[in-house]
Design a protein. Structure first.
Length: 835
């Protein structure tokens, strides 16, 4: 049952147990899960309690709320004060995330599912091969796609609602002023909601990853054997999940971009001093570009992405995967190729969608025009808007190109791929058969080429840099003021980003590399069996350590850069007066930044932590471990890779937490934020405040962290538990594996999930209430003032109703699908149909 009133009451009874939830102005929410039970109540000063299988956990929220989580073989907690709270419970468990004033976003991928909700502006979600994809754009239009062997939907209304039911699972998404979006997929479940301070979370194969973007929007894509996401808004968010792994990218004023690649993962975040990181095969890498643009490519056997900020975001996922591209102010463009599908939607005026043979593609162009072509055995697209977008998909491969004021052009060719982007400071990149080449042009342009069985690069800037790494290695090139260009070829990946202060990082097979660009940028590359780095600043420093070793590079005035390669890891931090330290394989690494920030890492068999104060902190933990990165003023970014997971959250006061396989991790950002991570067989914590305190106790023990002025954070790990409380606003507590986890958010909302073999619920106070019961059960979601959304998945059905604006319902795979859009438009597509 589900009832919505201004002070609503919602109760659900789930399979093998039961759950209840009631919402009133001071609402009460209670859930009873399989083999145990859980409860949660929300009032102005709310209280949330959960009792989980074989254990139990409780959490109460009052003006200064309390949130506690208990994770697998340990425990982790995260609480976010004024704004938001984000929690994830992964592999063999579940994940949760709640954002206060407005929204909640949760994703559960590979063998699971994913969800995303976008409040004010837009929502875009794609579920590809063996699944489905969706995309929703707010103000004007509604776009829905149903792809081969799965299905996808997209709805656009002022406060729109979007829900998808995919093969062997299901997904939902609802948009309201304070929206809530949750998806429950096969063998797991995920949710995501975006509100003013939004939160985006993704759960990847064998691990997990998350990303949240505040003010406007969130975009997520789910690709073959994995998943990916991308959202574009004024401050947009882009995330991609690639084959056998996952990747993400988000753009906001201080944006964050993260990618999760095959057998590993990668992340990228953009802030004033941006950071770029990529995580490639057996490793990971990320790249983020600030003011202007972000460009990332993942080629043969992987994928590629490119996003441009102010105007546009471009992402491509090629052969055996998919690709997407979205443009912000005007348009959003997403493509899913061979064995999948593609979509593109442009906001204000119009929507254009195409569904092609053996897959599908879509493109919509706003004010002026829309042009798309799908060719034999492949496909191509082109769209023109004031900031136009052009994309082409060719036989046996694919190519894309987008033009905006600062335009982006990308091409993906047969057996390989190539890209080119043009912006005021433009970027051009090409990926050729069996190898690859790239070139970027900006006022001070950059040109790089990667050839068959080797590679070469060339960059031109006022103070240009040219670096080449050939056969059995790799090559990279970074340009300071304008742009950053990176390529990773066959059996790996490549990325390129252009910003004023850009950041570029690459992580290659069997190792890892990072690079961040700020006013004085830094560029680092990690090559096969070794590693190399390069950074360009006015007074720059460049150091390279090759095959069977490692390389590091530090830049003077601004930054310090250190790398530890093969069988270890690498880190790089950029601040005005920065400090960087790393301790690798069988040990750990840490990095602290003076005036602003502190950075610490604890690796394999232990844990890792990172805290960001005024400026920024970047941490990476590679193969067999994990990596994290957080950016202060705006955003926080954390990644946990291969055999683990990754997360990234961006908000003004954002919260980002990840729970990885056999361990757990958390991170919260508030004005005085708190960030904690729990890693495999150990644990880690991180807290950020002006006068912060950070303490970690790892493997076979525990860790605690307390934050002075605002908050207090304590963690008790492996074979124990963990807690964290934040004073003024909120408290977060989790109790996991063989136990349970809970999270409550005070002023606005409360979000709770109980996954695999149990159930999950989420309630949002003032605006909305959302509850889901998954696998062998059902799920429901209700939004108060605006809308009501309910879904019943696997072996059941799904429903969704939206009040003020629109109502959208879809029932896919062996069923049917429906969608209704009120004010603006209605769009419905079935698999293998061309609209």
């Amino acid at each position: 049952m589900m009832a919505l009133t201004r002070p609503s009451t919602y109760r659900k009874r789930t399979a093998g147990g039961g759950s209840m939830m009631a919402l009133t102005r001071p609402s009460t929410y209670r859930k009873r899960t399989a083999g145990g039970g859980s409860m949660m109540a929300l009032t102005r000063p709310s209280t949330y309690r959960k009792r989980t299988a074989g254990g139990g956990s409780m959490m109460a929220l009052t003006r200064p709320s309390t949130f506690r989580e208990r994770t697998a073989g340990g425990g982790s907690m995260m609480a976010l004060t004024r704004p938001s709270t984000y929690r994830k419970r992964t592999a063999g468990g579940g994940s949760m995330m709640a954002l206060t004033r407005p929204s909640t976003y949760r994703k559960r991928t590979a063998g699971g599912g994913s969800m995303m909700a976008l409040t004010r502006p837009s929502t875009y979600r794609k579920r590809t091969a063996g699944g489905g994809s969706m995309m929703a754009l707010t103000r004007p239009s509604t776009y829905r796609k149903r792809t081969a062997g799965g299905g996808s939907m997209m709805a656009l209304t002022r406060p729109s609602t979007y829900r998808k039911r995919t093969a062997g699972g299901g997904s939902m998404m609802a948009l309201t002023r304070p929206s809530t979006y949750r998806k429950r997929t096969a063998g797991g479940g995920s949710m995501m909601a975006l509100t003013r301070p939004s939160t985006y979370r993704k759960r990847t194969a064998g691990g997990g990853s998350m990303m949240a973007l505040t003010r406007p929007s969130t975009y997520r894509k789910r690709t073959a054997g994995g998943g990916s996401m991308m959202a574009l808004t004024r401050p947009s968010t882009y995330r991609k999940r690639t084959a056998g792994g996952g990747s993400m990218m988000a753009l906001t004023r201080p944006s964050t971009y993260r990618k999760r690649t095959a057998g590993g993962g990668s992340m990228m975040a953009l802030t004033r001093p941006s950071t770029y990181r990529k995580r490639t095969a057996g490793g990971g890498s990320m790249m983020a570009l600030t003011r202007p643009s972000t460009y990332r490519k993942r080629t043969a056997g992987g994928g590629s992405m490119m996003a441009l900020t102010r105007p546009s975001t471009y992402r491509k996922r090629t052969a055996g995967g998919g690709s997407m591209m979205a443009l912000t102010r005007p348009s959003t463009y997403r493509k899913r190729t061979a064995g999948g599908g593609s979509m593109m939607a442009l906001t204000r005026p119009s929507t254009y969608r195409k569904r092609t043979a053996g897959g599908g593609s879509m493109m919509a162009l706003t004010r002026p025009s829309t042009y798309r072509k799908r060719t034999a055995g492949g496909g191509s697209m082109m769209a023109l808007t004031r900031p136009s977008t052009y994309r082409k998909r060719t036989a046996g491969g694919g190519s894309m190109m987008a033009l905006t004021r600062p335009s982006t052009y990308r091409k993906r060719t047969a057996g390989g791929g190539s890209m080119m982007a043009l912006t005021r400071p433009s970027t051009y990149r090409k990926r050729t058969a069996g190898g690859g080449s790239m070139m970027a042009l900006t006022r001070p342009s950059t040109y790089r080429k990667r050839t068959a069985g080797g590679g070469s690069m060339m960059a031109l800037t006022r103070p240009s840099t040219y670096r080449k790494r050939t056969a059995g290695g790799g090559s990279m090139m970074a340009l300071t003021r304008p742009s950053t260009y990176r390529k990773r070829t066959a059996g790996g990946g490549s990325m390129m980003a252009l910003t004023r202060p850009s950041t570029y990082r690459k992580r290659t097979a069997g190792g890892g590399s990072m690079m961040a660009l700020t006013r004085p940028s830094t560029y680092r590359k990690r090559t096969a069996g070794g590693g190399s780095m390069m950074a360009l600043t006015r007074p720059s420093t460049y150091r390279k350590r090759t095959a069977g070793g490692g390389s590091m590079m530090a830049l003077t005035r601004p930054s310090t850069y250190r790398k530890r390669t093969a069988g270890g890891g690498s880190m790089m931090a950029l601040t005005r007066p920065s400090t960087y330290r790393k301790r690798t394989a069988g040990g750990g690494s840490m990095m602290a930044l003076t005036r602003p920030s502190t950075y610490r890492k604890r690796t394999a068999g232990g844990g890792s932590m990172m805290a960001l104060t005024r400026p920024s902190t970047y941490r990476k933990r590679t193969a067999g471990g994990g990596s994290m990165m957080a950016l202060t003023r705006p955003s926080t970014y954390r990644k946990r890779t291969a055999g683990g997971g990754s997360m990234m959250a961006l908000t003004r006061p954002s919260t980002y937490r990840k729970r990885t396989a056999g361990g757990g991790s958390m991170m919260a950002l508030t004005r005085p934020s708190t960030y904690r991570k729990r890693t495999a067989g150990g644990g880690s914590m991180m807290a950020l405040t002006r006068p912060s305190t950070y303490r970690k106790r790892t493997a076979g023990g525990g860790s605690m962290m307390a934050l002075t002025r605002p908050s207090t954070y304590r963690k008790r790990t492996a074979g124990g538990g963990s807690m964290m409380a934040l004073t003024r606003p909120s408290t977060y507590r989790k109790r996991t594996a063989g136990g349970g986890s809970m999270m409550a958010l005070t002023r606005p909302s409360t979000y709770r999930k109980r996954t695999a073999g149990g159930g999950s619920m989420m309630a949002l106070t003032r605006p909305s209430t959302y509850r889901k019961r998954t696998a062998g059960g059902g799920s429901m979601m209700a939004l108060t003032r605006p809308s009501t959304y309910r879904k019943r998945t696997a072996g059941g059905g799904s429903m969704m109703a939206l009040t003020r604006p629109s109502t959208y319902r879809k029932r896919t795979a062996g069923g049917g699908s429906m969608m209704a859009l009120t004010r603006p438009s209605t769009y419905r597509a079935l698999p293998h149909t061309l609209s």
